[in-house]
Design a protein around this ligand. Structure first.
Ligand code: NAD
Length: 484
């Protein structure tokens, strides 16, 4: 049994209250998580504040870069520990976690460490009213103590995507991992100590959202900024907390992303791309595709091909050779996804494949399994087309014209990502301009260059992170005006 304690000021801190952490493969208990109360959260924020003024705050950029590289190396050194922890928490296939989650977890520190070596600053020479001269120049300072509130779908990857830049730009952090996935954030505390990151720079408090560590942290007046990834509705609650003290927020929220396949697309590549965007990580990717639109001449053929792909996914033990499809993260999430499977049937969907629970061996019967699922035949008003499910499922609808599919794709309060498949270059650019999203992939999906802006339009987020865009949130820009 693991014991997931809070990590405050470089030390392990237990709590009187604990809750169970379960493995979604078989619902077995992995460990106990120490739920931080107000006093632990307060201690973490105070430690983070003190660290700003300690050795961390006095480091040169070069020293900080070196230390963050050491953190990345520390993750890589303990790669197998991180891998095992992430797989136990999420049930995701070994192949996926070893190629995506853990390497990106390490890369997030290296990329942002290297980025701060080249931070641009602005300067403006001006003429003063008395005919003299003055020089303005920008100075970037860390924002201060950053609260990092994380989801469970890509726990290490999405957490370090925030912690990497926050630390690179000289801030300190208090991380609140998802209650479903406490393991890798905890393990990172060990790495921080191993490589000599000063106490208080990286803190972890465990717990839930409302009336728990999440709310205590985001309400805490000692927090200077809140970066959050999760559901749009949670974002609304956190924004209310942030209003107290006018603290800035950076939000990466929910989505209901369209996948659009034109008849001129490379058919096989489009099928492979939509297979990934609908079913990777068992559909639990914010950028995933739950609405697929296929141009009418290839509609029937596309539905048949995607069905074949969905049915050939290898469901099972994350460690088994060739497994490509794991369980959902928890029983609670499984209930939610299955409720949408039922709703789709009630609303008259044609179930092309799936729609239920796979037949699992006895050892995994109690896991959070659902079948990869494809529907057709629903009107655009149906619940499974309007609402984010966050499961391995998609609805496929036919369309005729570019204008029609743009209107359908944009008819949602969300605006996170889109994936478009076409071989017409002009059309590709028109779609990139017309779709109301933060990220638009053409003939690709989840292809990330960490220097680019990442975030959601409409109700899918506030602000952009990545590359120099992270500067805007993780630093204050001061203008110094010198009369010469
Ligand atoms: P969630 O909103 O339920 O929880 C996210 C985190 O917020 C958890 O740590 C939770 O404990 C905490 N929390 C919940 N209520 C809170 C409150 N009132 N105050 C403070 N903290 C609170 O999200 P989830 O179920 O963990 O993740 C799935 C969601 O995340 C989906 O909507 C998905 O689209 C979204 N997501 C978005 C992105 C993106 O980049 N836009 C990436 C991944 C996931």
């Amino acid at each position: 049994m693991k014991d997931f304690q809070n990590f405050i000021n470089g030390e392990w801190v237990s709590s009187p209250r604990t809750f169970e952490n379960r493995n979604p493969v078989d619902n077995s208990v992995i460990g106990l998580v120490h739920e931080a109360g107000r006093s632990e959260v307060d201690a973490a924020v105070r430690a983070a504040r003190a660290a700003l003024h300690g050795p961390w705050g006095k480091m040169t950029v070069a020293q900080r870069v070196e230390l963050l590289h050491a953190v990345a190396d520390g993750i890589n050194r303990r790669f197998d520990d991180f891998l095992a922890a992430e797989i136990a928490d999420t049930g995701k296939p070994h192949g996926l976690a070893s190629h995506l989650d853990i390497p990106r977890g390490a890369a997030n520190f290296k990329v942002f460490a290297d980025m701060i070596k080249n931070v641009p600053t602005e300067s403006f020479a001006m003429t003063t009213p008395d005919g003299g001269n003055a020089l303005n120049y920008g100075v970037r300072t860390p924002r201060g103590v950053i609260a990092v509130v994380c989801p469970w779908n890509l726990p290490l990857l999405l957490m370090t995507w925030k912690v990497g830049p926050a630390l690179a730009f000289g801030n300190t952090v208090v991380v609140k991992p998802s209650e479903e996935t406490p393991a890798t954030a905890t393990l990172l505390g060990e790495v921080m100590n191993e490589v000599g990151v000063p106490p208080g720079v990286y803190n972890v408090v465990h717990g839930f959202g409302p009336d728990s560590a999440g709310a205590f942290l985001t309400e805490h007046p000692g927090v200077n900024g809140i970066t959050f990834t999760g559901e749009t509705r949670t974002g609304e609650a956190i924004m209310k907390a942030a209003a107290n003290g006018v603290r800035p927020v950076s939000f990466e929220l929910g989505g209901k992303n369209p996948g659009i396949v034109f008849a001129d697309a490379d058919f096989d590549k489009a099928v492979a791309g939509i297979t990934r965007s609908a079913f990777d990580n068992s559909g639990q990717v914010c950028l995933g595709t739950e609405r697929v639109y296929v141009q009418r001449p290839i509609f029937e053929r596309f539905v048949a091909a995607l069905k074949e792909r969905a049915e050939s996914l290898k469901i099972g033990d994350p460690y088994a050779q060739g497994t490509t499809f794991g369980p959902l993260v928890s029983q609670v999430h499984r209930e939610k996804v299955l409720s949408y499977y039922a709703k789709a049937r009630e609303e008259g969907a044609t179930v092309v494949t799936g729609g239920g629970v796979p037949d699992m061996p006895a050892s995994m019967k109690d896991g959070a399994w659902v079948q990869p699922t494809i529907w057709t035949g629903l009107p655009e008003t149906a619940s499974v087309i309007r609402e984010e499910i966050f499961g391995p499922c998609c609805h496929i609808a036919p369309f005729d014209t570019e204008e029609e599919v743009i209107a359908m794709a944009n008819a949602t309060p969300y605006g996170l990502a889109a994936t478009v498949w076409t071989s017409d270059v002009s059309r590709a650019h028109r779609m990139g301009a017309a779709l109301e999203v933060g990220v638009c992939w053409i003939n690709a999906w989840f292809l990330r260059d960490l220097r680019t802006a990442f975030g959601g339009a409409k109700q899918s987020g506030i602000g952009r992170e990545g590359g120099v865009h992270s500067l805007e949130f993780y630093t204050e820009l001061r203008n110094v005006c010198v009369k010469l």
